[in-house]
Design a protein around this ligand. Structure first.
Ligand SMILES: C[S@@+](CC[C@H](N)C(=O)[O-])C[C@H]1O[C@@H](n2cnc3c(N)ncnc32)[C@H](O)[C@@H]1O
Length: 327
């Protein structure tokens, strides 16, 4: 499991450039805008808004992206990307998370519409590793894939950005990315709306020839009934300043996210088993899991405490983890 906290160099760079106590209004506008499903160009209209995003949202989106990278690594432990394309990069969140996880990374290309976000991404990157300092941070419209860098890339990332596109544009972008990146990571807010949209995008990726590494253990239709949605959660520590900025009363927040990890080209067979759909239910007698299973339908799995070895293994598993058959 990777560290989900902002690297100290990034946290320090954000704290130096952004004084949370001066950001109240921009942070409130940003939260209200995102809650109302406004795109960043409306919720983050200026440099103060971009700074507010770095101070208030970046710790959570960094944690979610890192958690999804962990899923990719769990499925493909030898994967070590050399080139990454980060689409809708904002202040460079996913690029920082990738640089922390894969020291072999040699080239980063960030595409971002907003000049304020691009300026902040370039500025923050000066506190990072050479690959971040040398990153190609460029203006571009991810709703027009024909205008994007051609690649190929080892990894393509779209974090919290598909949600801002028309659904047809999101489908087209992911189909385009599947043709140019060996692996693709998509992270979205963990809401019913974004789950529904992600299932449409998932189909576009499958049609374009991708395989799903996570979370789905199969390529069939999503078995969840209407009204239910596949998502998971990562806990993010909050500093005092962050608590003040977000008006929180506890020193953490739980970031709910939905995601897809895709693979293109030839790849190894995936392990058979099920994805844990909800927090496991633990009692003295057993651990019960709701699973989305490789065979298609969702199902319950119970591990009795009398089966000590299996119970010990199962007690380490959490919401969003993969439970192999017989595991
Ligand atoms: C919610 S932010 C996410 C930023 C970053 N990826 C993260 O996870 O923290 C969404 C980003 O997508 C960018 N974006 C939205 N639509 C875009 C478009 N059509 N072309 C390029 N960037 C876009 C926004 O400007 C914003 O920076």
């Amino acid at each position: 499991m990777s560290d989900k906290r902002l690297p100290p160099a990034l946290a320090g760079a954000v704290a130096e450039r952004v004084r949370p106590e001066q950001l109240g209004a921009a942070a409130a506008r940003l939260s209200a805008g995102y809650r109302a499903n406004l795109p960043s160009r409306a919720a983050v209209p200026d440099a103060a808004g971009a700074a507010a995003y770095a101070a208030s949202r970046m710790p959570a989106t960094y944690a979610a992206v890192t958690a999804v990278f962990d899923r990719l690594v769990a499925a493909r432990p030898d994967f070590a990307p050399s080139s990454i394309l980060d689409l809708g990069a904002g202040p460079g969140t996913a690029s920082w998370a990738a640089a922390a996880l894969w020291p072999e990374l040699a080239s980063l290309t960030m595409v971002e519409a907003s000049a304020d976000f691009r300026a902040l991404a370039v500025d923050l990157a000066q506190a990072g590793a050479a690959v971040l300092r040398d990153a190609d941070v460029r203006q571009g419209d991810i709703a027009r894939p024909a205008s994007l860098p051609e690649g190929p890339f080892d990894l393509g990332i779209v974090a919290y950005a598909l949600t801002e596109l028309d659904l047809a544009a999101a489908e087209a972008l992911v189909a385009w990315l599947v043709g140019r990146a060996g692996r693709v990571v998509i992270v979205e807010p963990g809401t019913p709306r974004d789950h529904d949209r992600l299932m449409v995008v998932r189909q576009a990726a499958l049609t374009a020839g991708a395989r799903i590494l996570a979370p789905c253990p199969h390529a069939g239709a999503c078995p969840l009934p209407s009204g239910d949605w596949c998502h998971t959660s990562v806990r993010v520590e909050r500093s005092r300043a962050h608590m003040r900025l977000k008006g929180g009363t506890v020193p953490f927040e739980d970031e709910r996210y939905a995601y897809l990890v895709l693979e293109t080209g030839a790849g190894a067979e995936s392990e058979s088993g099920g994805r844990i759909l909800r927090p496991p239910r633990v009692s003295k007698h057993e651990i019960a899991f709701s699973l989305c299973h490789a065979d298609g339908p969702t199902r319950e799995a119970r591990v009795p405490s009398r089966d000590r070895r299996a119970f010990k293994t199962a007690s380490k598993l959490d919401w969003g983890d993969f439970l192999p058959d017989g595991g």
